[in-house]
Design a protein around this ligand. Structure first.
Ligand code: SER
Length: 584
């Protein structure tokens, strides 16, 4: 069964059981700076698991685009993926263990036709925080799982929480028996030998773990489930790895055709990182040197190096993107609509890396010789950091080069230096941000307000994908950076100017409001650095035209601004445009 069919059957099955199908949240979490990417279907639902009413009701289902990057280096083996799709269903204070288990069992056995004999399950063994989950075990017996295929494990295996703090609870996991021989007499679903593959996790979320590590009962009991789509497709198709399914096959085949050197590991890395980066870019991610952008940069650069390893011409990247869009557009139609942006961003990042790749590799080999002559086998952290800082080498690229040459790298030291560097960049960014707001002359104040109008006008003219990426104001002019994939046409520039000038002549009052950050987010307020604000935020409202988090200062009426004129529109970096404008 193809992945898309599994997804459709899943959503239909839960719809039939009273669930509302909700859309996948973006991979880049909206308004949640605490995590880099969406890593589970429950993540965007946390407020509702904690008791807030969800507008779509108490039974929800979706497919969620997820990125988990703890194991980037592991990608290339037969199972790790950085991007994956999670199918999920939720009860928000609605059904609990019995109904949840019955539905999971019916879906697996009736919709996916998995023989009952192939299913084993695990339950929570109990400890001082929560009793042994015999209720769950009983539910499994009732639907037809015999006692000998019901296992109990502790918190390490059968308790689920995202991170350190938040809604959590005991879970029950379903495993598929691949039919491989037992690794030992004690072979069981938690032994990791590969005989049993985890296919679904149902979390009975009725606890909250606080910062102090203490568990309290939530006001409502919830069910949160997650089923990994790629893995399920692999098992149902009888394949050994997700790379053998239709999700990766076209790109994998093309790589075989293009390669001059053979390596299955490199092909998997290319195919996986290609899909992952395309999905991240599609949801608005851009390569950079910090946080999310840095992960994306690492994925693309590692992919490029493996293309080099296979001696595939880097120009073929464009073909690989085309193949992936064609193959995946039914699952993710946005890949097709955003194809040009994806290409531009990936090809620009490739060009940036290529410029330094040869030099960086030369530098690496020079350094390696020195280290070898000293009789050592470890490149120090400073060197790894220098390769990163000067040549843009992500640490895993240096590590791979080292491994290929029988060397190691001092990753701990690199990470320390990298952290130090990131803190400095962040402090710098904050400084710049503060600087932007600090100047309060009359003209600067006018330009501040003009920035909000321009931001709003660009959204109307170009689309809602436009977001502010930076701004710089002097008494003479404003500079505004925003996300947009292409050069603006003369017509678009003219329309933008006209719209801003219309709003100026409409003489709209500019109101200053203070509200809770959550409320501002709910009202859809624009914010560039939401994480930089406290709980109570300052918001500027310009009629129905604009609502933005901002420290000000601003004029009190748009009529004070004069005439707005765009002087220049140019590229700032990949997928980011820059407008220079004046008020006359
Ligand atoms: N949140 C759980 C998981 O990620 C179930 O969806 O496994």
């Amino acid at each position: 069964m193809k992945a898309i069919e599994i997804r459709n059957r899943y959503l239909n099955f839960f719809k039939k059981h009273g669930h509302t199908v909700i859309p996948s949240a973006p991979i880049i979490p909206e308004n949640d700076p605490s995590v880099l990417f969406t890593t589970a279907g429950m993540q965007p639902l946390v407020p509702y698991l904690l008791g807030e009413k969800h507008p779509a009701g108490t039974r929800l289902t979706d497919y969620q685009k997820c990125v988990r990057t703890n194991d980037i280096e592991e990608v290339g083996d037969n199972r790790h993926l950085t991007y994956f799709e999670m199918l999920g269903n939720w009860s928000l204070g609605d059904y609990f263990k019995e109904e949840s288990i019955k539905m999971s069992f019916d879906f697996l056995t009736q919709e996916l036709n998995i023989p009952v004999e192939k299913i084993s399950v695990t339950c929570f063994a109990g400890d001082e925080d929560c009793p042994r989950d015999e209720v769950t075990a009983e539910c499994w017996k009732k639907v037809g799982i015999p006692e000998e295929r019901i296992y109990y494990f502790g918190k390490d295996d059968n308790w689920w929480i995202a991170g350190e703090e938040g809604p959590c609870g005991p879970d029950t996991e379903m495993f598929y028996d691949t039919g491989k021989p037992k690794c030992s007499e004690n072979c069981n679903p938690s032994c990791g030998c590969g005989k049993y593959v985890e296919i679904w996790n149902n979390v009975f979320m009725e606890f909250f773990k606080g910062k102090d590590g203490k568990y309290t009962k939530l006001a409502q009991h919830n069910v949160d489930t997650g089923l990994g789509l790629e893995r399920m497709a692999m098992l149902l198709q009888g394949k050994e790895t997700p790379f053998d399914t239709e999700i990766f096959k076209p790109v994998m085949d093309k790589l075989v055709e293009l390669q001059k050197v053979d390596s299955i590991v490199s092909r998997r890395i290319i195919a996986e990182h290609l899909r992952s980066s395309m999905m991240i870019i599609c949801d608005g991610g851009r390569p950079s040197n910090i946080d999310r952008g840095y992960i994306l940069r690492r994925l693309i650069r590692r992919m490029i190096r493996h293309m080099n390893k296979l001696q595939i011409a880097l120009d073929e990247l464009s073909t690989l993107i085309d193949i992936n869009v064609e193959n995946l557009k039914e699952m993710y139609p946005a890949l097709e609509t955003n194809k040009e942006t994806i290409k531009t961003v990936m090809l620009e990042e490739k060009d940036k890396f290529v410029k330094t790749l040869t030099k960086g590799e030369k530098e690496f080999f020079k350094e390696m010789e020195i280290v070898k002559q000293q009789g050592k086998d470890m490149l120090d952290g400073k060197m790894v950091f220098r390769l990163y800082d000067t040549y843009g080498f992500p640490p895993e690229v240096t590590e791979e080069l080292a491994t290929e040459n029988g060397m190691k790298i001092d990753k701990k030291e690199f990470e320390r230096l990298f952290k130090e560097h990131q803190e400095k960049s962040r402090a710098g960014a904050e400084q710049k941000f503060k600087g932007g707001l600090a100047s309060t002359g009359e003209m600067e104040t006018k330009y501040h307000t003009a920035t909000h109008l321009l931001n709003a006008a660009l959204k109307v003219v170009l689309g809602s994908h436009v977001h502010q990426r930076g701004s710089n104001i002097t008494a003479e002019r404003m500079r505004f950076d925003f996300s947009h994939p292409a050069k603006m046409t003369d017509e678009e520039k003219q329309k933008t100017e006209e719209l801003v000038n219309k709003w100026i002549s409409d003489a709209i009052p500019v109101e200053h409001l203070e509200m809770k950050k959550d409320e501002a987010i709910r009202l859809g307020a624009e914010a560039m650095f939401i994480e930089k604000y406290g709980d109570i935020v300052s918001v500027y409202k310009i009629g129905d035209v604009s609502l933005e988090l901002c420290g000000g200062p601003h004029v009190t009426n748009t009529s004070e601004l004069g005439h707005f004129k765009i002087k220049k529109e140019e590229s700032s970096s990949s997928g980011i445009r820059r407008i220079k404008a004046i008020l006359e």
